[in-house]
Design a protein around this ligand. Structure first.
Ligand code: ZN
Length: 296
């Protein structure tokens, strides 16, 4: 019986979902608007996107709360609605989830930096993430997904905040750049240190998302697998964003090329796979066909 997501990931590959932000924009969210506000203002749109991912084969979807911590919401003057937006995000995903499917509470970065590069203290980051985690748990999330973190210190604040505020399993993904010396976060944190310290902080699963395309992600997954025994999460971008003449952003890696490397990501040791920027329900459906063909 699969009663929890981590337990399921121990038995077979778990399929996550793809991008949320670009799906909201495709349905009319203006450039620069606060995506989390749509949990309150356009809940039917958020539910429709979750439903499309479940229909495509996702075992779990991520809530529309990537930028839902109060430090990030302050950029829109909406920090006072953090609790409301996150609780609504989790409720909408829960309401869209068929029986036996899962809801991951998305917790993206603050967009700010810790001292000395920035103005914030670790306590302030941890408190903002704890508040978000509590609201996501209250709304019905099964796990928390700390994701797209580019600073290990911030990621650790997020995991600490989530574990302080809830008893849910915390999955944590960093975003790495590929350089000749290996893979490093924006702040220069190497893979091994990230995975070790996230584990020490109590993460139930670790991994990487965003920035890299699916071919590059397959290379990174093999490196991560050599550094940890924890379940691994991998969510690659569909290549790089390309700004069109009309101002619309597309992504450089097409669906077929993206999906071609998904078996390599799994062979490399990923246990939970999904998409990131530029992916959509069609990508997830193609991944499901690629991953689970033999089971049908
Ligand atoms: Zn991304």
């Amino acid at each position: 019986m699969s009663t929890d997501l981590i337990g399921l990931a121990a038995r077979r590959v778990v399929l996550l979902d793809g991008a949320m932000g670009t799906e909201l924009m495709a349905r009319g969210l203006p450039q620069g608007a606060c995506p989390e506000a749509w949990n309150a203002e356009r809940p039917e749109v958020v539910r429709e996107i979750h439903a499309a991912y479940f229909a495509a084969g996702s075992d779990a979807v991520s809530t529309n709360s990537f930028g839902g911590n109060r430090i990030k919401l302050a950029a829109h003057g909406l920090e006072g609605r953090a609790d409301e937006f996150n609780a609504a995000a989790a409720r909408l995903a829960r309401a869209s989830a068929p029986a036996g499917k899962f809801v991951a509470g998305s917790m993206g970065p603050t967009g700010k930096f810790l001292k000395p590069q920035g103005e914030f203290t670790e306590d302030e980051f941890e408190a903002a993430y704890a508040e978000q985690a509590a609201a996501l748990a209250g709304g019905g999330a099964d796990v928390l997904l700390v994701e797209t973190q580019y600073d290990l210190r911030e990621a650790l604040c997020a995991v600490r905040g989530a574990r302080r505020a809830t008893s849910l399993p915390v999955l944590a993904t960093m975003t790495f750049n590929a350089v000749p010396r290996g893979y490093f976060t924006l702040m220069g944190d190497p893979v091994a240190r990230c995975l070790q310290e996230l584990r020490r902080e109590g993460a139930a699963a670790v991994g990487a998302n965003c920035t890299l395309n699916s071919e590059q992600m397959a290379g990174l997954v093999a490196v991560m697998r050599s550094e940890t025994a924890l379940p691994l999460v991998a969510q690659a971008n569909a290549g790089k964003p390309v700004l069109g003449p009309d101002g619309a952003v597309t992504y450089s890696q097409g669906l077929e090329d993206y999906v071609r490397f998904v078996p390599d990501i799994v062979r490399g040791g990923a246990n939970l796979v999904g998409g990131c920027c530029g992916t959509n329900p069609a990508f997830i459906q193609a991944m499901a066909e690629s991953l689970f063909r033999s089971r049908k």
